[in-house]
Design a protein around this ligand. Structure first.
Ligand SMILES: Cc1cc2nc3c(=O)[nH]c(=O)nc-3n(C[C@H](O)[C@H](O)[C@H](O)COP(=O)(O)OP(=O)(O)OC[C@H]3O[C@@H](n4cnc5c(N)ncnc54)[C@H](O)[C@@H]3O)c2cc1C
Length: 382
């Protein structure tokens, strides 16, 4: 039977995340956004509360939550600040390749010390020459005895300036395209690992994003994940897992937009009554609510599907694509409900639009999600 009711554990988890989001994150969201400040102290507190490394099983020191439960948390955090949420969940993205492709020895050796203290990790797939066509990546891995030597550059990497560990995708032979790609775990301390300066971004300004260069960085063969040439498959399976929480992040943005818009509509008066009593505003709020609820249910469905052991490529692409498009529409309408004040930085809704935009781009753009959805659909008619 399908049941939409949360268990008491899930309710407690959601309430705990909501409390953290509203008391620790929300009060600093506008200031971090304005200054482009990376609030390390908030991320440290999130780690202390078990709100980081959500996907890492407890036996390796993580929180070990089902994807559905992770989504409940991510929606609450994103309601307060999507940028901080991106930095908090970047560890899940960076560590998932180790969970999917690592041996028991690698998981314990790498994850146990990483999770035992507050650390950040980055997932390094995208390159300046293109992110969507990951099979054509150029960062080179040359085998040299019991090491690989990495050379190349990654870009737009979340948390890269502050990370102590990178999961890096590199090719041993570009002519093999995706079959030549390997996944490596690279310590920040490695000579020749050079994170670049932070990018100035439109939104998610509490998150840090930069390039990472690899100049002759020597990585032990023992840090290669999976069999030779399995890296591309590990990257794609990782994204199947981590796209669903992006649906939850977008849902959190949409919920915040509706909360602000509905409250404002009740207190703002025109023509002698609250604008909430004008039908045109009610229709906006009704359409926003439909988009929000559909986004949440699609996200829950994708998480449920993956938690039940399926790969969920179609479901996670649908959730991420729909929820992020919905968040853009809902944030845009929230600004319209606020009128001129909505356009001002003093009010919270213009940030929501800037933050929603990224959810349509990262973890595979929504054009790529539609390609995935169509491919999965058409396979079913073969
Ligand atoms: C703030 C931020 C944080 C990020 N964090 C990370 C991170 O931590 N790790 C990481 O590896 N990457 C990260 N990314 C990179 C992100 O995943 C890529 O930007 C994204 O995958 C798109 O790649 P691209 O920017 O190279 O665009 P391109 O691949 O150059 O695409 C440009 C446009 O063409 C469209 N397009 C491309 N191919 C097709 C096609 N076949 N059909 C139709 N349309 C197509 C795209 O949808 C897009 O609209 C981040 C990006 C940003 C902006």
């Amino acid at each position: 039977m399908v049941d939409f009711a949360l268990t008491s554990e899930q309710t407690s988890l959601r309430d705990m995340a909501r409390k953290f989001a509203r008391t620790e994150m929300a009060p600093h969201a506008a200031e971090c956004d304005r200054a482009g400040r990376f609030p390390d102290e908030i991320y440290r507190k999130a780690w202390e509360l078990g709100l980081m490394n959500l996907n890492v099983p407890t036996e390796y020191g993580g929180t070990g939550l089902a994807l559905f439960d992770q989504c409940l948390i991510v929606e609450e955090l994103a309601h307060a600040c999507a940028g901080m949420t991106t930095s908090i969940i970047a560890n899940c993205l960076a560590l998932e390749p180790i969970l999917l492709g690592g041996t028991e020895e690698q998981k314990h050796r790498i994850l146990d010390p990483f999770c035992a203290e507050y650390h950040l990790a980055s997932f390094c797939l995208t390159e300046p020459s293109g992110g969507s066509d990951a099979g054509s990546l150029k960062t080179h891995a040359r085998r040299d005895g019991d090491h690989y030597v990495l050379d190349g550059e990654k870009c737009f990497i979340t948390n890269a300036p502050f990370a102590s560990l990178y999961t890096v995708f590199a090719t041993t032979d570009p002519t093999l395209r995706h079959k030549g790609i390997n996944a490596f775990v690279v310590s920040r301390d490695t000579e020749g690992v050079l994170p670049g300066k932070e990018e100035e971004k439109m939104g998610h300004r509490a998150s840090a994003t930069s390039t990472v260069r690899f100049e002759g960085a020597r990585v032990p063969v023992a840090n290669r994940l999976g069999a030779d040439g399995e890296g591309f498959s590990i990257a794609m399976r990782t994204l199947d897992q981590t796209r669903t929480p992006i649906g939850a992040l977008a849902t959190g943005i949409a919920q915040a937009a509706i909360d602000h818009a509905a409250a404002y509509a009740k207190r703002r008066h025109t023509f002698g009554k609250p604008i909430a009593e004008h039908q045109a505003i009610q229709i906006k709020l009704a359409d926003m609510t439909q988009a929000l609820r559909a986004a949440r249910l699609l996200t829950w469905e994708a998480a449920w599907t993956i938690d039940h052991g399926e790969r969920g490529s179609l479901e996670s692409a649908v959730a991420k694509c729909f929820a992020s498009d919905a968040a853009m529409r809902v944030a845009d309408e929230a600004i319209q409900v606020f009128g001129g004040y909505g356009y001002m930085k003093e009010y919270p809704v213009e940030k929501l639009l800037r933050d929603a935009k990224l959810a349509q781009i990262y973890e595979g753009s929504n054009e790529i999600q539609r390609i995935v959805i169509a491919r999965e659909l058409l396979q079913r008619y073969a």
